[in-house]
Design a protein around this ligand. Structure first.
Ligand SMILES: [Zn+2]
Length: 55
């Protein structure tokens, strides 16, 4: 089910980061847990940082 960790939701725009899908548009491979995202990763929808995401 969630072997790659929980999904995280952007509190600003509602975008959901799904570790099973990654973020291909930003070179994030499927299977990348939220914790393993680079510190400079930002929401692909609205551009806020990881600190604005909640699990
Ligand atoms: Zn967002």
């Amino acid at each position: 089910m969630s072997e790659n960790g929980p999904k995280y939701t952007c509190e600003m725009c509602g975008y959901v980061y799904d570790p099973n899908e990654g973020d291909p548009d930003n070179s994030i491979e499927p299977g990348t847990s939220f914790a393993d995202l680079p510190d400079d990763w930002v929401c692909p929808m609205c551009g806020v940082g990881k600190e604005e995401f909640v699990s």
